[in-house]
Design a protein around this ligand. Structure first.
Ligand code: THU
Length: 141
């Protein structure tokens, strides 16, 4: 399978953002999750009137992929910002703490996280940088 480039993964996150259901925050987020064998699973944030049940874009992507049987991931692109087109100079959207913990369940510390801007550029970081000293399945062994 041909693996998408980072630039293509970022574009998929920007497209996924258009699927966001965010009537309360009007903050739209899209995510594109890459498996180690090159498949991409997308997600968007889905809010709820009771607020608590809201699901972030990253978790929508992870849960869709895991449901499909995927367990090994190499990267995720995230595109988030206030409703409307994502500005090219807007602040990048970093994953929340809960989503970082979900990443730690399935991903190694070198898992790459690409934080997209509206012009298709991105800032790259890793799970190790965003969630040091994490609690993982290994701790339960
Ligand atoms: N949100 C995400 O989907 N991903 C993030 O990385 C940060 C926050 C969503 C949750 C909520 O629907 C909205 O953005 C505002 O917090």
């Amino acid at each position: 399978m041909t693996h998408p480039t980072d630039a293509q993964l970022v574009q998929q996150a920007i497209e996924a953002r258009t699927h966001s259901y965010a009537p309360y925050s009007q903050f739209n987020v899209g995510a594109a999750l890459l498996t180690k064998d090159g498949r991409v699973y997308c997600g968007a944030n889905i809010e709820n009137a009771a607020f608590g049940p809201t699901n972030c874009a990253e978790r929508t992507a992870f849960f869709t992929a895991v449901y499909a049987g995927e367990r090994e991931f190499s990267a995720i692109a995230i595109a988030g910002g206030k409703a409307g087109a994502l500005p090219k100079d807007a602040p990048i959207c970093a994953p929340c703490g809960v989503c970082r913990q979900v990443m730690a369940e399935f991903c190694t510390p070198d898992f790459r996280i690409l934080l997209a801007r509206g012009d298709g550029t991105w800032e790259e970081t890793t799970l190790a940088a965003l969630l040091p000293l994490s609690f993982t399945p290994n701790d339960l062994k």
